[in-house]
Ligand binder design. Structure first.
Ligand code: PLP
Length: 347
């Protein structure tokens, strides 16, 4: 019996490097990057800065470290930062901003479309008062992971950043999937980065590189970031070996994100025709599909996994699917067929 193909929709982080990336890694010109002597890392950083319209960039091991550095360079211990109630920085970054940055995290409810209401943000920023910690940083996320890959537009980003800047705050963008937003909107990523002071974006998600993230900002800010990265243990020596894959990711893998978006839509539309599955099609903007499985199917996620379709549970009956380069349109149809059968047999 032929083995069943595993269709892995847990995350776009499962993507493996392409053959072109592996070749570039093998051939990469290397040096000691802590001594600023790795030409491949320098090329990646220049390319990233250029694509984000920022003065310069710093290669970090992960999106989590880029976000933590965003807090460290923009605040002082005892400051207060504003983040969305569904932000990755709040949920999944081990509380690093508080533990290592010493900041108070204040949340503003995320709208289902990933935005923070500008009026609520304005009300949340503290005035000068002997009792209050100073509010010094606003953090945004684009695309928004827990809000189902929702896209923030350049117009919204400008509006909310202006409110923060007028009150003396800095703005950091968790742009782990900023290229998904750029491709979905049909705008260059730099348009989405333009209003913010600092941002991090990931190479190791939909772009398929094995490791890494870029922190982008002014030269002055990135100099500080470089020192923080060293303190955090993120100074990497012959890092060009992984940066080489990152260059391929930025040069060759951005446009194809549209395929992941089309597959997410195909999947969501297919799910919506399976009785008992709930999915809000309007919310499917990029490569993430949040859906609710039928109440009569207990243990949906492990049962789907037993049929070779892997998801991440979002708690309760909510499930997250993330399309990625390892999953084709044919795989999406195959997954839908297996899920339809699972639900039918359970009913
Ligand atoms: C929105 C968002 N920000 C940050 C990260 C952190 O990236 P990393 O896993 O590279 O630390 C992720 C990872 O899934 C993410 O989805």
């Amino acid at each position: 019996m032929p083995s069943m193909k595993i269709i892995d929709l847990r995350s776009d982080t499962i993507t493996l490097p392409t053959d072109e990336m592996r070749k570039a890694m093998y051939e990469a010109e290397l040096g000691d990057d802590v001594l600023r002597e790795d030409p491949t890392v320098k090329r990646l950083e220049e390319l990233a800065a250029e694509m984000m319209g920022k003065e310069t960039a710093l290669f970090t091991p992960s999106g989590t470290m880029s976000n933590l550095i965003g807090v460290l360079v923009n605040t002082r211990p005892g400051d207060e930062i504003i983040v969305g109630s569904e932000a990755h920085m709040l949920w999944y970054e081990v509380g690093g901003a508080s533990a290592l940055g010493g900041v108070v995290i204040r949340t503003v409810p995320n709208e289902p479309d990933g935005r923070l209401d500008p009026d609520i943000v304005a009300q949340t920023i503290r005035g000068d008062n002997i009792h209050f910690p100073p509010t010094t940083l606003l953090c945004l996320e684009n695309t928004h992971n827990r809000c189902g890959g929702a896209v923030l537009t350049p117009e919204y980003t400008s509006t909310i950043a202006r409110i923060a800047h007028e009150r003396g705050l800095r703005v950091h963008l968790d742009g782990a999937r900023i290229f998904n937003a750029a491709v979905a909107l049909g705008v260059p990523a730099r348009k989405l980065a333009e209003p913010v002071d600092t941002l991090g974006f990931c190479l190791s998600k939909g772009l398929s590189a094995p490791v890494g993230s870029l922190f982008c900002s002014t030269r002055e800010c990135v100099e500080k970031a470089r020192k923080w990265r060293k303190m955090l243990g993120g100074g990497m020596r012959q890092a060009g070996v992984i940066a080489a894959a990152g260059i391929v990711a930025l040069e060759k893998m951005v446009e194809r994100l549209a395929e992941d978006h089309a597959n997410a839509r195909r999947f969501a539309e297919g799910l919506s025709s399976i009785p008992g599955i709930t999915v809000n099609l309007e919310r499917v903007q990029t490569n993430i599909v949040n859906f609710e499985f039928p109440s009569n199917v207990a243990d949906f996620v492990p049962r789907a996994a037993a049929r070779g379709v892997k998801f991440n549970s979002r708690g309760g009956r909510w499930v997250r699917a993330v399309t990625n380069r390892m999953v084709s349109a044919g795989d999406i149809d195959e997954a839908l067929g297996r899920l339809e059968k699972l639900v039918r047999e359970a009913g």
